[in-house]
Ligand binder design. Structure first.
Ligand code: THU
Length: 137
């Protein structure tokens, strides 16, 4: 699985987005250490706060399927049908990643033309964690 292929999966997942309030269609593709891929899209709600981001949808699908080792995630989004703006993971999604991934977990943020590559520690330095917690690395 190349980085570009993972991004293609994220773009395909964005098509499933339910986002009538923001008009932002976001997709994520999460690559597990075992090679499996879990995709997710953002799912919004009229009450706003139940909205879930594409990244968390992908993580929760994977975790609930018994996955526990993650290598990389690709994120792609379109605002009003245009994919020219990077959709950097929000703070809540970064914290969820920190629960299940090491500091070297790779995050690809793609637009139509290009992509940027980060580690989790780039995007979430000085991470809050509980030493010796259950899901921490
Ligand atoms: N969103 C994501 O799904 N992922 C991100 O990385 C940033 C934001 C969603 C949440 C909401 O449905 C919409 O984009 C606008 O914030």
């Amino acid at each position: 699985m190349t980085e570009k292929d993972l991004i293609k999966n994220a773009k395909a997942a964005a098509k499933m987005s339910y986002s009538p309030y923001s008009n932002c269609r976001v997709g994520a593709a999460l690559l597990c250490d075992n090679g499996r891929i879990y995709t997710g899209c953002n799912i919004e709600n009229a009450s706003f706060s139940p909205t879930v981001c594409a990244e968390r949808t992908a993580f929760f699908k994977a975790i609930s399927d018994g996955e526990g080792e993650f290598k990389m995630i690709a994120v792609y989004g379109e605002k009003d049908g245009k994919g020219d703006t990077p959709f950097y993971p929000c703070g809540v999604c970064r914290q969820v990643m920190a629960e299940f991934c090491g500091s070297d977990f790779t995050i690809l943020v793609a637009t139509d033309d290009d992509y940027e590559k980060f580690t989790l520690s780039d995007l979430l330095p000085h991470t809050f964690s509980i030493e010796k917690g259950v899901a921490l690395k």
